[in-house]
Design a binder for this molecule. Sequence first.
Ligand code: SF4
Length: 355
Amino acid sequence: MAPKQLLDIQTIYLEAAVESFPRGREILAKHPEAERVGVPSHWKIPSLHGNEGSAEDWLRIKRDVLVLGVKKSLSMRPNGRSSHFIAPSTSNGCAMACAYCYVPRRKGYANPISVFVNIEEICRAIGRHSERQGALSLADQIDPAHWVYDLGENGDLAVDAAISDNVKDLVALFRGLPNAKGSFATKFVNPDLLGYDPQGKTRIRFSLMPERVAKVVDVRTSPVAQRIAAVDEFVRAGYEVHLNFSPVIVYEGWEDDYRRLFQQVDETLSAEAKQQLRAEIIFLTHNEQLHDVNMQWHPKAEEDYLWRPDLQQVKRSEGGMRNLRYKVAWKQQWVARFQELLAHALPYCGIRYAF
Ligand code: SF4
């Protein structure tokens, strides 16, 4: 799907302060025809958020609506898996609509992209934080030499790059930070990013799963074959490119499908891309409330792949959500099996973590 099909902004909800930021004015100038609706906070827009009843409108809202706001909290949070730190988000929400996506769980269910326009403050906060860290003293699974900051916890930055230069600014920031690297996962191939000149200081993690499953659950994303084909181009453009096998979904025949997927990766990637390749593996965690909402607009994803109470067990989250994970004993075996298959098919691809 091209950025133009993914986004066709008709309505912009905005906080009053947005127009006092250059990025806010730039974005508004790109959409002179869009209706503007003032809101007290990007975080609470009753007609959009928390409105499970509008499930059938989800996709239209994701395409037609943009929210502009100012990011208040500029603190870094420790991570430890994909990154050392989670940077303050430059956006929240997504124009794609993966059926398993956890972002709507916190934001309410219709969650179009909210872009934060105080990008200069966000970049300054990351820069100051990285300065305080000094050099990374010990290589770890996250990175051998740099502190890694996750930039895309609450959305997909490759799509955000179609809206504004926020992502370009982040890539430029990390290019200049001697001890730090930016990182984000994506399911969208946006060729605009190829011109950002990251000089090895931004890591893109392309998310992959077997195509026939992605066709059902990865709604509005780039086809898996296109994501695999993009790896070489992004490496040539100066990105570090890793693979994000997430979520891994278990169903009849999953092992064979992953074998084929690994083979496709092996046949497509250049020696240069293979040499720098690493992977992270995350098995599906589903959620009961999300299941109920999905049943209103996309029951096939639930029935065919996501909702498997025979294989899953409930674990109540701190926030009171009923999450479903694969039963522990089985999951351990599947995680080990997945790693075996990957190591056999792509022996050059180190596994950063798997769970
Ligand atoms: S691409 Fe990521 S953020 Fe967007 S809907 Fe899919 S899982 Fe959610």
